[in-house]
Design a protein around this ligand. Structure first.
Ligand code: NAG
Ligand code: NAG
Ligand code: NAG
Ligand code: NAG
Ligand code: NAG
Ligand code: NAG
Length: 472
């Protein structure tokens, strides 16, 4: 049944190629947009076959079940940990056993930080043990901890205005949540800004739109020439309470203990698998997600879901006996959470071939029911992506938004390659992000099916079009 369908799909494509116009290898096209539109429309049956298999057919719930199997077995996968390397080895084996092509590991040196034992106790105005999570790369405190008075601020501006009050204190940031990209600056730079004005530690309100007393960790960065001070995140609830206490004039004292430690870089790998292109094997459409996670929860959502729908995209295409003209390459990144360490290594190794990347795709904003695709590229390329997304009419996810991005594909986008990312419910995503709540319990098999179908249709069609996506 499925083979008959694909003989038919193939035939339609052969006919559509008879349109006569020359296609140049240098990326310029003589074809009209109308012709490209017709070419894309001819993928209607292929798109339906992918959707049927992923959402209603034998592959239903597969990406969810595969993910559950991995994260239940290995748990969270922090950069530098043995569980991350175990997960990479399991994935390498999974991809090989499935019969995907060119399955290999590309070595990367990655940071190794461990949080150790940690605690924060309010001593004044009342005894209160707080939930905290040290921030990635933070130093620890002395064994007896740091006991100091608190200065609560709601912004970097307020910290500057009150700089003379900060010396010798623990700075607590109670910044409001605006959106992730702007609010996360408090997590990334909070310790440096506090250290500049003489603080001895900093505690950051978790960067989350919603909280049930949940600390949300993440990476932070020290700066050369600025003293390193210990830094952790606290819950939204405790940040707001300390803010209220301070506004009433209360003197707040906290004892902070952190056993965090940075170790020498560890050995790790980006994990790669392909469906090799039939006509332009050197040309690439890249689909990706990261395999590492924070060390709490299960890293099921961030970014198990993105990694596993990317794997699923290749599986769906392989199961249907499809082989696009260009190579479809899956990359499961390592050490994304430490600032895209694996992705940087991959870019260094492969950037000489940048002219042969048609599209780079990353899913790292959750795999809940998608609202559409975020895309960065020229207007012409955007118009093509909009046509491709029409193929997803059967699941009613056809929108193309601005700003395709992701830590792991941004190097390529900056080099001029069109980039796409999956957009879903960001409120839900950042409610669980980097917290103990990031487990399989927040994942939904049917939502993952739809996300995987979208991911497979887009990557397959772009990889199979007669021409690469235009860059201008
Ligand atoms: C691409 O190749 C065609 C045919 O050789 C040529 O006419 C066109 O100028 C080239 N475009 C660029 C940007 O090099
Ligand atoms: C897929 O998951 C949904 C939701 O949990 C469930 O209702 C359905 O029976 C599952 N399908 C298969 C084939 O397991
Ligand atoms: C986030 O909020 C800032 C400040 O309001 C705004 O400038 C920026 O455009 C917002 N970013 C996104 C991605 O919405
Ligand atoms: C770059 O592309 C060429 C073919 O065009 C291929 O032989 C080579 O392996 C590629 N290099 C990398 C690092 O992918
Ligand atoms: C890109 O691919 C083409 C064939 O599709 C090949 O001729 C060319 O050498 C490749 N370029 C690079 C930089 O690998
Ligand atoms: C299709 O999606 C649009 C936009 O997301 C939504 O407004 C509409 O209700 C959906 N239609 C169906 C039938 O689900």
């Amino acid at each position: 049944m499925k083979y008959l369908l694909f003989i038919f799909v193939g035939l339609v494509h052969l006919l559509s190629l008879g349109s006569g116009k020359a296609i140049y290898g240098n990326g310029t096209s003589q074809r009209t947009f109308q012709e490209i539109k017709e070419e894309i429309a001819s993928y209607g049956d292929a798109a339906k076959a992918i959707i049927n298999l992923a959402v209603y057919g034998e592959a239903q719930n597969r990406s969810y079940e595969r993910l559950a199997l991995l994260v239940d077995a290995v748990g969270p996968r922090l950069s530098g940990s043995r569980s991350l390397e175990k997960a990479i080895q399991i994935m390498y084996q999974n991809l090989q056993e499935e019969g995907l092509e060119n399955v290999h590991l590309e070595p990367v040196k990655i940071p190794h930080w461990e949080r150790g034992e940690e605690s924060a106790v309010m001593l004044h105005p009342r005894a209160h043990k707080m939930a905290i999570l040290g921030l990635g790369s933070s130093i620890g405190t002395p064994p007896e901890g740091i006991t100091a008075e608190v200065l609560v601020v709601t912004s970097f501006d307020e910290l500057q205005r009150r700089a003379p009050e900060a010396r010798g204190k623990i700075v607590v940031y109670n910044q409001p949540y605006v959106n992730y990209s702007s609010t996360v600056l408090y997590r990334a730079r909070g310790a440096v800004e506090a250290a500049r004005v003489g603080a001895v530690a900093s505690l950051i309100r978790s960067v989350a739109p919603f909280s049930i007393y949940s600390p949300h960790t993440g990476i932070q960065e020290y700066q050369d020439g600025v003293p390193k001070i210990p830094t952790a995140c606290i819950t939204v609830e405790d940040a707001e309470m300390m803010s209220r206490m301070a506004s009433r004039g209360a003197r707040i004292v906290i004892q902070l203990k952190m056993g965090a430690k940075n170790y020498p870089d560890a050995d790790s790998f980006n994990t790669v698998a392909e469906v090799i292109g039939s006509k332009y094997p050197e040309q690439v459409v890249l689909v990706s997600g990261h395999l590492d996670s924070w060390d709490v929860g299960q890293g099921a959502m961030d970014d198990g879901g993105g990694a596993f729908i990317s794997w699923e995209a290749l599986s769906l295409i392989k199961d249907l006996g499809l082989r696009p003209k260009r190579t479809l390459r899956l990359v499961l990144w390592t050490a994304e959470e430490q600032g895209g360490v694996g992705a940087f290594q991959y870019y260094q190794l492969h950037k000489a071939n940048v002219s042969n990347y048609s599209l780079v795709m990353e899913s790292d904003l959750g795999t809940f029911f998608p609202s559409g695709l975020q895309f960065t590229g020229s207007d012409k390329a955007r118009a093509i992506m909009e046509e491709i997304m029409h193929l997803l009419q059967p699941i009613n996810v056809t929108q193309v938004f601005r700003c395709g991005e992701g830590t792991d594909i941004n190097y390529w986008i900056q080099a001029g390659v069109p980039g796409a990312s999956l957009l879903g419910d960001l409120y839900k995503y950042f409610s669980f992000h980097h917290s103990r709540g990031d487990t399989m319990t927040v994942m939904d098999p049917q939502q993952m099916n739809v996300a995987a179908a979208l991911w497979a249709v887009v990557s397959y069609v772009v990889a199979d079009l007669e021409e690469m996506l235009p860059r201008s």
